[in-house]
Design a protein around this ligand. Structure first.
Ligand code: ADE
Length: 232
């Protein structure tokens, strides 16, 4: 049976999934709760990591190392950079980078890690499945670059800098760290986000208003991806 990890950063991002599944078991590991369930022949492990790159790395690693996840799907919300993205719209990462990683003092580009790189590429098969799901549901799904950093961006200047430096379409606080972990363990991953705000001066208010509804949009899309994965 295929073992699939589904993670979010905040409880609101996984609650719709747990509500949809109805029955699941809870396992405590490293000060966090992991929910296990079966769905249409898929073995699922679900968790929210808490906010930021460090907790997200811990959760992704645990899902892979401790629970044996063979694929990882991330569901959550993001701030829009690309003006095509409105509240509730979905973006799937084609690649991810860390906008707050800076060793430019040594002549490296922003986001670069020696023996790493600037961008981590998402799994092409999962992206293709997502595109099939989007056309089945007749839902627009933008593909693009997601920039991650330990910073809630509510500032046009910072947002414009992230756009011009990384050509990013959306930003959030976990995706790239999950991508780095999955890439290191050779686990295919997919990072999906629904827009909650535009990373501008109103971002805090917008985030509070749309976190739940946008998180649900993303989670519902991931459920449709599970249906597709189960039928393969
Ligand atoms: N997640 C959702 N909106 C965000 C923002 N503006 N900055 C960082 N992470 C986010």
């Amino acid at each position: 049976m295929s073992k699939i990890a589904i993670m979010g950063a905040m409880v609101e991002e996984i609650e719709p999934l747990l509500e949809f599944l109805g029955t699941y078991e809870s396992v405590e590991v490293a000060d966090n709760t992991y929910y296990t369930a079966e769905y249409k022949g898929l073995e699922l492990v679900i968790a929210y990591s808490k906010i930021g790159k460090v907790f997200a790395s811990l959760t992704a690693s645990t899902m892979i190392q401790k629970f044996g996840a063979e694929k990882l799907l991330f569901s959550g919300v993001a701030g829009a950079i690309n003006p095509k993205l409105k509240i509730g719209d979905l973006i799937a990462a084609t690649s991810l980078c860390q906008h707050d990683l800076d060793i430019t003092a040594f002549g490296h580009p922003y986001g670069f890690v020696p023996e790493g790189g600037v961008f981590v590429e998402s799994d092409k098969t999962l992206l293709a499945i997502a595109n099939d799901v989007a056309s089945d549901l007749e839902k627009p799904l933008l593909e693009g670059v997601i920039a991650t950093g330990d910073q809630f961006v509510a500032d046009e200047v910072r947002k414009d800098w992230i756009e011009s430096t990384f050509n990013a379409d959306a930003l959030e606080m976990e995706g790239a760290s999950v991508a780095v972990v999955c890439d290191a363990f050779d686990v295919p991953f997919f990072i999906l986000r629904a827009i909650s705000d535009s990373a501008d001066m109103d971002a805090g208010f917008s985030f509070d208003e749309f976190l739940k509804s946008s998180a649900k949009e993303s989670a519902q899309f991931v459920i449709s991806m599970l249906d597709k994965l189960a039928s393969k």
